[in-house]
Design a protein around this ligand. Structure first.
Ligand code: KIV
Ligand code: ZN
Length: 510
């Protein structure tokens, strides 16, 4: 495929701007590897100038990926561009994405810059980036609320300065398909260039139109779509890439173009991101939701049994949904467990497999059947605990009186040192969190607390998500256990561990 539709995945940059989502260093690397397996063309791995954590992630993703282009985001600021260069220089295909806002509201209220100043900034910084990068992508932020003649001037300036990818962000999810399509058509008709220029669509879903707008861009000449898996992102999120990919695949008759994605990796990629982001995919979500391929009504079931095409425009197998899951049970042995890990796409060393097998047996003793989701949860729980710098060693709870509970918490750090404290509270969770607060002695506010069950049924494992503000920084934590109080404690402690590793605060204040 010569001019295929390129997929630019920004799960690790715009996706991570989802409220309450912050991936760890390790999770970012795993997501990047899975995105490479899915076959995306470019990964926007982060905004290196924004934090040391983002810089290091982009750098390690650039060093690790073997085929995919790795891109970093930069404002029209020379230091941002230098940072992207430093972080991506070891990538097989290093890329930069330079942006500046162009709409009147952003120029006047945010940047305090005139049109001439914005044009000068574009010229200066795209040329500066071009010294380091063969391919420079430029985005006029809030393009869809920018006066069309001025948008043309901005794009022409970027192209003249050497940009070869022009991305048109619908930053606030304001546009509609015919209007957005027309922007691409107008740019293609008006921009003059002596080098090839690719047009790219970047949509937000505030009005629920992100995918429709992206498809309209393709109809009008865009050859690149930016977005995220499961549509995660700031506010209502970004274009859901899996929907674009399947839209192009199923309606080849209309779009006459394709992505190079390995569609069979779609479900696996979506699940990985949902787990790390701590955001469940809605059941009815197109392509990757649990119900996307199930038929409830008798008439539909009857039709599907006679001929699946009566009610199915695509098959679950196309996107890697396994319809014949073989659950494990308490009689399953090491071999069946190892086979299952491989089937679920995990590469786990023999030592860790032994530990996981023991944990699997504990779960199997408590549950009749251990499903794939249980195994994912088991591994996720273990990964969370192994990667975190703190682990919950012991949790003891005691009823005091009049609804008061007392909790004793013992935490071990990754150097083997233990910390212990106790507290009372008006309920079990409050007493646990008070005890942990006494151990860490940080300014902590619990912003969100949520329990999900990993599978259906009363014997399900509990998955607790918390969002905390610690010393002014938002962090999240996940804890998984059969005992939801222990899961709650693990989630809270993991958020503290993330705070220390992400914000590199060495407080020494236990
Ligand atoms: O939505 C947006 O405008 C962005 C830019 C940084 C491209 O994400
Ligand atoms: Zn965006």
């Amino acid at each position: 495929m010569e001019n295929h539709i390129q997929i630019f995945d920004t799960t690790l940059r715009d996706g991570e701007q989802t409220p309450g989502v912050n991936f760890t260093f390790d999770e970012r690397l795993k997501i990047a590897k899975q995105l490479e397996k899915w076959g995306v063309d470019i990964i926007e791995a982060g905004f290196p100038a924004s934090s040391t954590g983002s810089f290091k992630s982009v750098e390690s993703i650039a060093e690790t990926l073997t085929t995919t282009a790795v891109c970093g985001l930069a404002r029209c600021v020379k230091n941002d561009i230098d940072k992207v260069y430093e972080a991506t220089k070891k990538a097989v295909k290093p890329r930069i994405h330079v942006f500046i806002a162009t709409s009147p509201i952003h120029r006047d209220s945010k940047l305090m810059m005139s049109q001439e100043e914005v044009l000068a900034a574009i010229k200066e910084h795209v040329s500066y980036a071009k010294q380091y990068f063969d391919v420079v992508q430029f985005s006029p932020e809030d393009a869809t609320r920018t006066e069309l003649p001025f948008l043309i001037e901005c794009v022409q300036t970027a192209v003249n300065a050497g940009a070869s990818v022009i991305n048109i962000p619908d930053t606030v999810g304001y546009t509609y398909p015919t209007e957005y399509g027309n922007i691409f058509k107008t740019l293609k008709e008006n921009i003059t260039t002596d080098h090839e220029v690719i047009y790219s669509a970047h949509c937000h879903d505030d009005l629920g139109l992100a995918v429709a707008n992206s498809m309209a861009a393709i109809e009008n000449g865009a050859l690149r779509i930016e977005g995220t898996l499961n549509g995660i992102g700031e506010r209502a999120g970004n274009t859901a890439l899996e929907e674009v990919a399947l839209g192009l695949y199923v309606r080849q008759d209309h779009y006459n173009n394709q992505t190079k994605l390995n569609l069979k990796e779609t479900k696996q990629t979506s699940e990985l991101i949902a787990r790390f982001a701590g955001i469940r995919v809605p059941r009815n979500k197109a392509i990757v939701g649990q119900n996307a391929f199930s038929h409830e009504s008798g008439i539909h079931q009857d039709g599907v049994l006679k001929n699946p095409e009566t009610y199915e425009i695509m098959t679950p197998q196309m996107v890697g949904v396994k319809t014949t899951e073989m659950p494990l049970g308490k009689l399953s042995g090491k071999h069946a467990f190892a086979e299952k890990l491989i089937a679920l796409g995990y590469e786990i060393n023999p030592e860790d497999q032994k530990t996981l097998f023991k944990q699997f047996k504990t779960v199997a003793d408590k549950k009749k059947t251990v499903t794939d989701r249980d195994i994912h949860a088991l591994i996720q729980g273990t990964e969370h605990e192994q990667n975190a710098i703190y682990q919950v060693e012991t949790l003891q709870l005691q009823f005091v009186s009049e609804g008061l509970q007392s909790a004793v918490v013992v935490i071990k750090d990754n150097e083997g040192q233990t910390y212990q404290d106790s507290s009372i509270g008006s309920g079990s969770i409050v007493s646990i969190y008070n005890a942990v607060d006494r151990i860490f002695n940080r300014d902590t506010e619990l912003l969100d607390y949520r329990i999900d069950s990993v599978t259906e049924g009363t014997d399900a494992q509990g998955e607790v998500h918390v969002q905390l503000k610690i010393n002014g920084k938002n962090v999240t934590g996940i804890g998984i256990d059969h005992d939801i109080l222990l899961a709650s404690c693990k989630a809270y402690v993991e958020a503290h561990a993330k705070y220390v590793s992400e914000f590199e605060v060495k407080e020494g204040s236990h």
